[in-house]
Design a protein around this ligand. Structure first.
Ligand code: FPP
Length: 249
């Protein structure tokens, strides 16, 4: 992950610096299945290509100075997919930890997880916990992996814990709810990217993304490269974030 500016033969920068870099980017990595189908390959080949692409996007995110990335790798609804595909996605997570963890750690990536860990196989749960522990003090990039994650389940979990903690009703406000979410220590996403053209939030960061800028590209996830990420950042810089206010306020 070397931060070398890309230059054309004429010496102009391929990725001119941008005024605003989102502090937290969420990505709905969609389109692996269609990418595979278009090539006559099984869907799992699309997920493998998507995983390869993740390395490229992580590198690009570091180069562009994005500090927090949350990726939607497996939703609470994805358990309903054919068992072979579910197994493949679990294996991918395990393989990423087995094969990539040392490099991610060396590159200063802090791994986090949001979602339900306890439904994963015990061995994989332990690997995830160990990876989080190993990388906890890294700060070059926080990579938050949403795996067995659903925004509604997250809110249900938060409400249960608020009640279990005996918080009086009058003390429940937005700030308190945020502190009970899986993302309690992270800022809300400024930008949510969805690949493959679908115009849906699909239960991803539904509370935290209330004011995120939403960027949808028809590009399928395995093809979403550095140029595509830069395009999303350019578009983000064009947006006027108003948070429900009028421009002059
Ligand atoms: C959506 O594409 C993608 C997923 C459900 C899985 C995303 C997972 C990866 C990219 C692998 C990286 C994972 C880890 C654990 C780091 P889709 O299958 O819904 O595509 P389709 O809509 O074209 O069928």
């Amino acid at each position: 992950m070397v931060n070398q500016p890309d230059q054309s033969a004429q010496g102009e920068q391929k990725y001119p610096p941008l005024e605003r870099i989102p502090q937290h980017v969420g990505i709905i990595m969609d389109g692996n299945g269609r990418w595979a189908k278009a090539r006559g390959l099984p869907r799992t080949a699309g997920h493998r290509a998507g995983t390869e692409n993740l390395r490229r996007v992580l590198r690009a995110a570091v180069e562009f100075g994005i500090p927090i990335l949350t990726i939607y790798a497996f939703s609470t609804e994805n358990w309903g997919r054919p068992s072979g595909e579910v197994q493949a996605l679990l294996s991918i997570l395990e393989r990423v930890i087995d094969r990539e963890l040392a490099e991610l750690h060396a590159e200063g990536v802090c791994l986090r997880h949001i979602g339900h860990l306890e439904r994963l196989p015990a061995r994989l749960q332990q690997k995830v916990r160990d990876a989080i522990e190993l990388t906890r003090n890294n700060r070059r990039l926080i990579l938050n992996v949403a795996f067995d994650y659903g925004g509604r389940a997250e809110l249900v979990d938060a409400i249960r814990r608020i009640i279990a903690d005996g918080v009086p009703a009058e003390q429940v406000n937005e700030e308190l709810v945020s502190r009970y979410l899986y993302t309690a220590e992270l800022s809300d996403p400024d930008l949510i990217i969805r690949t493959s053209g679908e115009m849906r939030i699909s239960n991803f960061l539904i509370w935290q993304g209330a004011y995120a800028e939403f960027y949808v590209t028809p590009t399928l996830w395995p093809d979403f490269d550095k140029d595509e990420l830069y395009k999303a950042l350019v578009e983000y810089n064009r947006r006027q974030r108003r948070f429900g206010l009028v421009p002059e306020s």
